[in-house]
Design a protein around this ligand. Structure first.
Ligand SMILES: [Fe+2]
Length: 294
C-alpha cells in the first residue's frame, strides 16, 4: 500500500464546495483516519522551494561545529513576533528562505486542516480558527550520515507528535516509517514536489480519537543507504536535512471533541483542557520517560 497524493490545487482554485471538492475532502479525512498521515501536492510549495531550503540548511550544517555553536538552534517560532532570529554570518538569504518556506508550509497545513474539517463533518474553520496564534515551530534538523549512516541507526525512536498537525518537506534521504491504524508498519515514500503531513495528539483530542495521532520513527534503512551511495557518487552533501514544521492549536484555546465528536462514546477519554496546559503535561510525561520530544 502506498499513501495517495492529494492535489490541493482544485480546492485552492474553487471557493464553492462542489461534489468534486467534497470527495477530495473526504479522502483527506479518510486517509488521516486510516494512516495518521497524508501526502499532499500544494502548488504554492514547489520542489524548487524545498530545494532552496535544503540547499541552505546543508550549507549551514556543513559549517564547523564552532561556527554552529555561535548560533542558537535554527528554530523559528511563528508566534514570537518580536524576537528576531539569529542570522548566521555568510547566510544573507537565511531569514527570507526560512520565512518563505515556513509560511508556505503553514499555508499548506491550513488548507489541509480546512479540508479535513469538511471531511470529518465539521465547519470548514473548525480547526483553523483554533490554530490562529498557535505556537507553530519550524524546526529543521541535520543528521550527519557520514558518521551516522549505518543501517539501523535511530534518528527518532517510536513516538507520536504532541501538536496538531506536523508537515515535512521532502528529505533527500528517506527513513521515516509510520504505523497505520491497523497496526501495520509502512515506510513512507515522499514523491518529488510533495509534502508529508502527520496527525498529532491535538487532532486526536478534537476528533475524540476518530483521527488518532500517528506513531512513527526515523531510522536509517536500506533505502537510506542506497541514497547515501548515490549522494557519494554524485558528490552531494551527506547531511540529512529534515524541514519539519509543527503546527499547534493556540495555547489558550480549549482542546475538546468538536461538533458531533462530542457525542462520541470515546469523548470522555478527551476531557476539555487548554492546549498550552496539554503541551506542558505531554512534555512532562516525555521527560519522565527520558525520550526525545516531538
Ligand atoms: Fe515526530
Amino acid at each position: 500500500m502506498e499513501l495517495p497524493v492529494i492535489d490541493l490545487a482544485p480546492y485552492l482554485e474553487n471557493s464553492s464546495l462542489d461534489s468534486e471538492i467534497e470527495s477530495v475532502c473526504l479522502e483527506v479525512s479518510r486517509t488521516l483516519r486510516e494512516t495518521g498521515a497524508l501526502l499532499v501536492k500544494d502548488p504554492r510549495c514547489t520542489a524548487e522551494d524545498n530545494d532552496r531550503f535544503i540547499d541552505m540548511m546543508e550549507k549551514y550544517f556543513q559549517q564547523p561545529e564552532e561556527f554552529k555553536r555561535l548560533q542558537e538552534r535554527p528554530h523559528l517560532h511563528y508566534q514570537e513576533l518580536n524576537s528576531e532570529p539569529v542570522i548566521p554570518e555568510g547566510f544573507p538569504e537565511w531569514k527570507s528562505t526560512m520565512d518563505s518556506w515556513g509560511y508556505k508550509m503553514i499555508s499548506a497545513i491550513e488548507s489541509v486542516a480546512e479540508m479535513a474539517a469538511i471531511g470529518f463533518g465539521l465547519s470548514k474553520d473548525a480547526f483553523t480558527s483554533l490554530m490562529q496564534q498557535g505556537p507553530h515551530l519550524l524546526a529543521p534538523t541535520g543528521s550527519d550520515l557520514r558518521a551516522y549512516g549505518k543501517e539501523g541507526t535511530v534518528f527518532a525512536g517510536y513516538h507520536y507528535d504532541l501538536n496538531f498537525l506536523t508537515i515535512h518537506g521532502r528529505s533527500r534521504f528517506p527513513g521515516l516509517s509510520i504505523w497505520l491504524r491497523n497496526g501495520r508498519k509502512m515506510e513512507v515514500k515522499v514523491p518529488v514536489g510533495c509534502l508529508l503531513i502527520q496527525a498529532g495528539k491535538q487532532i486526536e483530542w478534537l476528533t475524540a480519537g476518530e483521527c488518532m495521532a500517528g506513531m512513527h520513527e526515523v531510522v536509517v534503512t536500506n533505502r537510506t543507504t542506497d541514497a547515501i551511495k548515490r549522494a557519494l557518487e554524485q558528490n552531494c552533501s551527506l547531511w540529512r536535512v529534515s524541514s519539519t514544521l509543527f503546527a499547534h492549536i493556540a495555547s489558550d484555546a480549549v482542546l475538546k471533541p468538536l461538533g458531533h465528536f462530542s457525542d462520541s462514546p470515546l469523548a470522555s477519554k478527551y476531557p476539555p483542557i487548554c492546549a498550552g496546559e496539554f503541551v506542558e503535561h505531554e512534555l512532562a510525561v516525555i521527560n519522565l520517560k527520558g525520550n526525545k520530544g516531538a
